[in-house]
Design a protein around this ligand. Structure first.
Ligand SMILES: [Zn+2]
Length: 320
């Protein structure tokens, strides 16, 4: 006969969440600067220079909603973007960053510059532009660590369009993280469609690919209720808070973040800068988390670091 303790253990197992158990995550203390403890940050959303808009060197970063006061100065060359991004990463103690571009040679250059810090993702602006065979080869030999940003919404293509399905199948087969732009905001390109950004459109994708490790840019901003519904129903779904940390008014970002955290989703939100060609936005993004006075210190650390460690399944040796 089973003992009561065994029955209690079985009952506990039966109600255990479907999430895998957290991996060891000691959160290394990087160093001590005077009396201030320096903690590591993971950036889940960077771009290697590529921007879907004509940008002039020194031009300001976009802002929303118009009319607004744009800030920042765009880098002029891929090398300047790399060097200034690395400088900002040093300054803000970013130990890992998921960086993407559709130019796979440029992606190699970034990873070679800081192999322990950059995770390589293939940006997909339009299905078919990057050959699947090449992605498969790179996933197989370890040159590619994830997929995305998938930004087909900029071409008016919703996430459940059959043309994207082979990319999801490939990412699911290789068990790698996938970043997708499915939200209500985006660059002012003529083919962008707000209606192709409803988080509800991800349902078909998640049903067809239940093992997909998907995270949604800007937590689907501003489609709050739809995003909450999707994250409640699909516990494998994560989200970043990236461009909205600096492109919209901070008050609006804080309000959105607060709603997500109060809905209980604080363990599945991850910081990203979406710096594109404005590396100074990395610091602004982090500041917008640090200044969120409704968050506890633990909640801030979750968003800036711990949630990404769990989502990426990083082990202590990956963070050395
Ligand atoms: Zn992006």
């Amino acid at each position: 006969m089973r003992s009561l303790t065994t029955l209690a253990a079985l009952a506990l197992l039966a109600c255990a969440p479907s999430e895998p158990p957290a991996l060891p995550d000691p959160e290394p203390l990087l160093e001590q600067e005077g009396a201030v403890e320096v903690r590591p940050v993971i950036d889940m959303h960077m771009h290697a220079h590529e921007v879907p808009l004509p940008i002039t060197e020194g031009g300001p970063a976009p802002c929303l909603p118009a009319p607004c006061e744009p800030r920042g100065e765009a880098t002029g060359t891929p090398e300047a973007s790399l060097q200034q991004t690395l400088k900002a990463m040093d300054e803000h103690h970013i130990v890992k960053a998921f960086v993407s571009t559709g130019d796979l040679d440029l992606l190699d250059t970034w990873v070679e510059a800081a192999p322990n810090r950059f995770m390589a993702g293939s940006a997909i602006w339009r299905p078919g532009e990057v050959p699947l065979e090449e992605l498969k080869e790179r996933l197989a030999d370890g040159r590619l660590h994830g997929m995305g940003e998938i930004a087909a919404q900029l071409a008016g293509i919703p996430p459940n369009d059959p043309s994207l399905d082979p990319y999801f199948s490939l990412a699911e087969a290789y068990d790698v993280p996938v970043l997708i732009h499915t939200e209500g905001i985006g660059p002012p390109v003529p083919t962008f469609r707000v209606q192709a950004g409803s988080p509800l459109l991800l349902e078909d994708v998640l049903v067809a690919h239940p093992k997909l490790r998907l995270y949604v840019e800007n937590a689907g901003y501003p489609f709050l209720d739809d995003m909450i519904a999707m994250m409640y129903q699909y516990p494998q779904l994560y989200a970043d808070v990236s461009t909205i940390t600096w492109i919209i008014p901070r008050q609006a970002f804080h309000r959105y973040l607060r709603e997500l955290v109060e809905a209980g989703l604080g363990k599945r939100l991850m910081f990203g800068s979406d710096q594109m060609r404005w590396p100074e936005m990395i610091g602004e993004g982090i500041a917008s988390i640090e200044t969120a006075d409704f968050l506890t210190e633990e909640q801030k650390r979750d968003i800036l670091y711990h949630n990404a460690v769990r989502f990426l399944r990083l082990e202590p040796r990956d963070l050395e």
